[in-house]
Design a protein around this ligand. Structure first.
Ligand SMILES: Nc1ncnc2c1ncn2[C@@H]1O[C@H](COP(=O)(O)OP(=O)(O)O)[C@@H](O)[C@H]1O
Ligand SMILES: [Mg+2]
Length: 248
């Protein structure tokens, strides 16, 4: 059984943009997999992401997420999917701890319990000393740590990230990547990580799906098998070729 399945999915936006954002997309993600989706800006990654979380409906094709149609069964998936965006989307008037506990509050978990879970997750991300601070007094890296803690705190089955570390400096991004990977593995969750960086995709994924416009999977690589076969530079080059030669 796959956790996420797209079969022949296309998405076309009404209005001035003619053409498809996603076209004939097939993909399947197994339980416990951490899949990196890499592609140039504009190739349809975020559209795939929005289809997956049920924010938009496909123009054609079939999407199943945990056995549900994410657009039609939006409520059934509530709490089973957590998302980390590029912009941390923290609530500025809430402390780090209150932000992490917020998802549990929405799910009517009692205050003591949700604060305990929130503290635990902040601790796992090395932020126990900062739990009472407000987002504006935290660095960008810390704010993304809070977002990650918030995503895990509701104990979802799927974690989705849309370029969460793209705005951070390289070292901060690298340490958050390895922590995110470790936490997904430790908690046996399924992860989908969207990025435009080949480096990041190679660091994160058990599998790398290379997206090309209009949104479809142009190639895929399994790690570490592809690394063994092609070497690090070789794999990078192959992905770059598929992506179209520039960017990354
Ligand atoms: N809401 C929208 N309305 C019209 N066109 C859109 C909309 N969202 C995305 N697109 C178009 O779809 C294509 C893919 O965009 P997107 O999925 O955001 O790519 P990526 O995340 O890979 O940068 C782009 O050409 C973009 O302009
Ligand atoms: Mg995007």
């Amino acid at each position: 059984m796959s956790v996420v399945n797209f079969a022949g999915v296309s998405k076309r936006f009404e209005g001035e943009s003619q053409g498809y954002a996603v076209k004939d997309l097939d993909l399947s993600i197994a339980p416990g997999e951490l899949v990196a989706v890499v592609g140039k800006t504009g190739c349809g990654k975020s559209t795939m992401f929005n289809l997956l979380i049920g924010l938009i409906a496909p123009s054609a094709g079939e999407i199943r997420v945990l056995g549900c149609n994410p657009f039609a069964d939006f409520d059934a998936l509530a709490g089973k999917i957590s998302v980390v965006f590029q912009n941390d989307r923290l609530l500025p008037w809430r402390s780090a701890l209150e932000n992490v506990a917020y998802g549990l509050e929405l799910r009517h978990v009692a205050r003591e319990r949700r604060l305990a879970v929130g503290r635990d997750w902040l601790k796992r991300l090395g932020l126990e000393a900062h739990q009472d601070k407000y987002p504006h007094s935290l660095s960008g890296g810390m704010r993304q740590r809070v977002s990650i803690a918030r995503a895990f705190a509701t104990d979802p089955e799927i974690l989705l990230c849309d370029e969460p570390f793209s705005a951070l400096d390289e070292l901060t991004g690298a340490s958050l990547r390895s922590e995110f990977r470790r936490l997904v593995q430790e908690t046996h969750k399924t992860g989908v990580f969207v990025t435009h960086s080949i480096r990041e995709a190679m660091d994160i994924g058990d599998r790398i799906l290379v997206f090309c416009a209009p949104g479809h999977v142009a190639a895929e690589f399994s790690l570490p098998a592809s690394l063994r076969e092609l070497g690090e530079e070789g794999l990078k080059q192959r992905i770059l070729e598929v992506m179209g030669g520039t960017g990354a």
